[in-house]
Structures are given as structure tokens and as C-alpha cells.
Design a protein around this ligand. Structure first.
Ligand code: DC
Length: 455
């Protein structure tokens, strides 16, 4: 499986996400964009609506977590994406206006709040969109479903504009609801959508915010289209030049390159190391790598696959032995106090980036005994954001059972995920929030690699 390998330097392979609250103009924008750019429109809200419709049909209470989750899991969703406006099939039946009515609109936020429902939908959305060529629209498509989307858009609009749009939309469908009722429904949905524990409505880090309150549909689509075309061409420029050397690839020091190549060679020979998704490394830039951690050998093994002169942090206790300390530093280890980041660690990381090198971090802090991804230590979002670098998730498996890998009873694998970029022009004034959101985006991207590993 080499799913991660997609050519990212073409507009038609892109993943674009459009998120925002109800009535901010997402559907109109996403639909128009998909037509103008030749991409497939992926309406994730329709999937939550379809499940909600089924829940209501079965007479189940939308707040009944277990029953609702069961429905979401047993529902067969299919989508024919050969058309630019794909139709969603629920248990083989095409969905229509029944999922847009007020009953569904009222129950959809409570239904989509349950983590089990979200996981089922997210799995389906990734299957449909992972290969690229899509404009995904929803609440969490840029933050959770596709944290590595090439362009992320976040639409906002004031309450009055949003209410007016809903009134018009419902009228076209022959449904009458008073402005007050609609305003009330929007406010409640905002609250539930933004407040839920897993995968809430948030502005993803790296998203361009567009306020659609006072502008025409035509203008809002044009603004977003310009952003996408500009970012697409910027990504194309970042891709390594054909036939010429990528200046960021491999080490600048011969010693470092040779050691990395030798480690990779022997890991392949002895433990059958496999590397997936290295297409990401073909961009001409240095990276902030974030990997899971299950063994002492991770920095060595993961490091050998990254094709960059990469620094990594290691707990400072390892540096007490003089020989070991010399060896570690030669391999670009940066000492870290496990109680937290101190100035010298941060400075060493900054210096590595200043030299044009990359940095590899293990955000879980310590090795996972179960082999599965743990929660992150605080600080990773801040470090990643502050670095100003493109973030690349990595996932290693098998390094905690090298003997089995040697005997070929297990596989030693490193998966390199797609890049999470934070382009210029999408900074926010709430840094603390951004750090937390970015941390969960990195976690989700690594979790996806874990899912691929154990699929
Ligand atoms: O975009 P819409 O109004 O059709 O979405 C309906 C509801 O579905 C929305 O109130 C919350 C939920 N939803 C979600 O939780 N996550 C998404 N990615 C899309 C929609």
C-alpha cells in the first residue's frame, strides 16, 4: 500500500477543505469551487444528516450514545464521485431533500456529537477523499479529517447574514420557519458543534479565514478560488525541481549522510525495514518531524528514513557518560530535561532550523508500552508552531520487537505522513488556542498512520 504517495504539485490532486458554522456559505462556496477547479465536492454534513435521518426513522433518542453509535456503524454509506456533484447513498438508497428538513436540522448536532458517530463518519470521509481531487465541506474537515489538506478555508459570517441565508434556503425547499426559530437553531448548533469533546468545530491552524457577511456569492467564491490557485502554485514551486538536486535532501555533512544510509541499509537487510509515503520528502524544505515512540532505537531508525540532516531530542540523563554523550552529539542529539523544555533545548532546536536542518520530536514524551499512540505532552503545538516549519508526522512499528522482525515474524515499518503546512497570511491572535489545535491535528495525523499500519 503506497497510498501516501500522491503527486501534490497539481491542482487536480489537491485536498481543499472548507469549514465553518452553519449558514456561513460553505456549501455554496464548496460546490462552486469544485466546478471551477474540476474537483469533487464532498459534503460531510450530508453524511451526518443521513445518519440523523435514520436515527429519527428508528425512533431512537438522539442523545442515546450507544444506540446512535450503533446506527452510524451499521449504516452503509456510498458515494459515487464520478460526477462533480456526487450523490450520497444510504443503505443503497440515494438521499434527497428529506435530510435537509427542520427535524433533521434540529437533531443533527446532538447526533453528531457522539465520538463513535464521528469516528465512523471520519473513516468514511477519508476513504472517499484521501486520494485527493476534492473540496471537502463541513465542521472538522481541515482540523480532523484531513489535517494535511493542501488548502484550508474557514468561513465566518455574522448571525444576521447566516439567518437570512437559511430562511431563503428553506423557502426554496418549500419549508417555512420563522427567523427567530432559525436563529435559535443556528445558535444551539453552534454551541453543540463547538463544544463537543471529539473533533469540534474549530478554525484549523493554517486556515485562511474569509468573512462572507457583506459580500456576494460570486465575490466569496472568487476570493477563495484565488487563495487556492495561489497556494497551489506555491506548493508547485516548493516541489523539488525536476532533474536537479533537492538542496534539502540528505545531509550536508558527508559523515551524517553516510551513517544514515548505512543504518537504513542494515535495517532493511536485518529487519526488513519498509518505508511508506516518502513522497512528502520530495519537497524542497526542512521539516519539523513528529513521530510516535515505542523503542530506544526509534530516533536512529526513524531518523535514517527522513532523508534530511535531522536533529532529535534525547533525555539529558543519556549525556552523563562521556563516550555516549560524544556519540549522541555526533548524531545530532539535543539534550532535554524531561520535566519540561528549557531554554537551551529550544535554542538548540532553533539553531538546527537556522542551519537549514530538520528536527525530529517524539511528542508522547516517553515510550508507549502498549505500542499504541498515547496522548501528547504539552508543548509540542507551541514548538511546532514557533518553528515556522512544515510539520511531517511519522509512525514507526516493529522497533519494539526487533528480534521478531529479524525472524520476519513481524514487520519493521516507518510511515511518513503528508505535510501539515501553516502558510503565511493565516495567523490568528489566539496563539494559545492555535497551539492546542495544532497539537491535536498532529495527533490525528499520526493516528491515521497508525490506522494504516494496523489496517
Ligand atoms: O453543513 P450542514 O448544516 O449540512 O451540517 C449539519 C450538521 O452536521 C452540523 O450542524 C453539525 C454536523 N456536522 C459535523 O458535525 N461535522 C461535519 N464535518 C459536518 C457536519
Amino acid at each position: 500500500m503506497r497510498d501516501n504517495d500522491i503527486s501534490i504539485n497539481k491542482l487536480r490532486d489537491m485536498i481543499v477543505t472548507v469549514d465553518g458554522p452553519a449558514g456561513s456559505g460553505k456549501s455554496t462556496t464548496a460546490q462552486a469551487l469544485s466546478e471551477r477547479l474540476g474537483l469533487t465536492y464532498l459534503d460531510t454534513g450530508a453524511m451526518y444528516r443521513a445518519v440523523t435521518w435514520k436515527v429519527l426513522q428508528s425512533g431512537i433518542d438522539p442523545d442515546d450514545r450507544e444506540a446512535v453509535t450503533n446506527i452510524a456503524e451499521e449504516t452503509s454509506l456510498e458515494i459515487d464521485i464520478s460526477d462533480s456533484a456526487p450523490v450520497l447513498f444510504v443503505d443503497g438508497v440515494p438521499t434527497g431533500s428529506e435530510i435537509r428538513g427542520p427535524e433533521v436540522s434540529e437533531a443533527v448536532s446532538p447526533v453528531s456529537r457522539h465520538p463513535g458517530v464521528r469516528r465512523a463518519m471520519i473513516r468514511f470521509q477519508r476513504k472517499a477523499g484521501n486520494r485527493g481531487g476534492i473540496v471537502a465541506e463541513g465542521r472538522d474537515t481541515g482540523s480532523t479529517v484531513f489535517p494535511f489538506a493542501h488548502v484550508k478555508i474557514y468561513l465566518v459570517a455574522d448571525m444576521e447574514a447566516r439567518t437570512k441565508r437559511r430562511v431563503k434556503q428553506l423557502k426554496q425547499m418549500g419549508i417555512t420557519q420563522t427567523e427567530d426559530e432559525i436563529r435559535h437553531n443556528l445558535a444551539i448548533r453552534d454551541e453543540i458543534d463547538s463544544g463537543r469533546e471529539y473533533s469540534p468545530l474549530v478554525r484549523p491552524v493554517g486556515a485562511f479565514v474569509v468573512d462572507t457577511s457583506g459580500i456576494t456569492i460570486e465575490d466569496q467564491v472568487t476570493i477563495v478560488e484565488e487563495i487556492i490557485r495561489r497556494e497551489s502554485s506555491r506548493l508547485g514551486d516548493l516541489y523539488e525541481p525536476k532533474g536537479r538536486k533537492n538542496p534539502y535532501k540528505r545531509g550536508r555533512s558527508a559523515y551524517f549522510s553516510i551513517v544514515q544510509m548505512m543504518i537504513k541499509f542494515f535495517a532493511r537487510l536485518l529487519f526488513g525495514l519498509r518505508i511508506y509515503g516518502s513522497e512528502t520528502l520530495r519537497f524542497s524544505e526542512s521539516f519539523f518531524f513528529a513521530s510516535n515512540h515505542i523503542s530506544w532505537y526509534d530516533s536512529t531508525l526513524v531518523g535514517s528514513t527522513l532523508e534530511r540532516e535531522t536533529w532529535f531530542v534525547a533525555k539529558k540523563e543519556l549525556f552523563t557518560n562521556r563516550f555516549l554523550s560524544w556519540l549522541l552529539r555526533k548524531q545530532h542529539a539535543i539534550p532535554i530535561d524531561r520535566k519540561g523544555f528549557n531554554r537551551s533545548t529550544i535554542k538548540a532546536i532553533d539553531n538546527a532550523f537556522k542551519r537549514g536542518d530538520s528536527v525530529l520530536m517524539f511528542p508522547e514524551g516517553t515510550r508507549s508500552k502498549t505500542g499504541r499512540l498515547k496522548d501528547f505532552k504539552p508543548g509540542i503545538g507551541m514548538l511546532a508552531y514557533r518553528s515556522g516549519k512544515t510539520i511531517v508526522p511519522a509512525y514507526i512499528s516493529g522497533s519494539n520487537a526487533l528480534k521478531d522482525c529479524f525472524l520476519r515474524r513481524r514487520r519493521l515499518e516507518v510511515r511518513i505522513g503528508r505535510a501539515i503546512r501553516i502558510p503565511d497570511g493565516c495567523e490568528s491572535d489566539d496563539r494559545k488556542r492555535d497551539y492546542a489545535v495544532l497539537s491535536s491535528m498532529i495527533h490525528e495525523a499520526m493516528k491515521m498512520l497508525e490506522d494504516e499500519t494496523y489496517a
